[in-house]
Unconditional design. Sequence first.
Length: 55
Amino acid sequence: MPAMTTECVEFRRIMSNLQLEEMDIPLKKQERLLEAVNNDEMICPGLIRELHQHG
């Protein structure tokens, strides 16, 4: 699977879903989320919370 970017449809869908859950993520933290996705880390609520709290 090619690396995800902030411009790809899949990432926009993820961000849209997070906004529906009232979990907006600032741009710097979005980059960390992309790193996690591109490194095949499991994306789970715990990771999202960690990003929110610690970046």
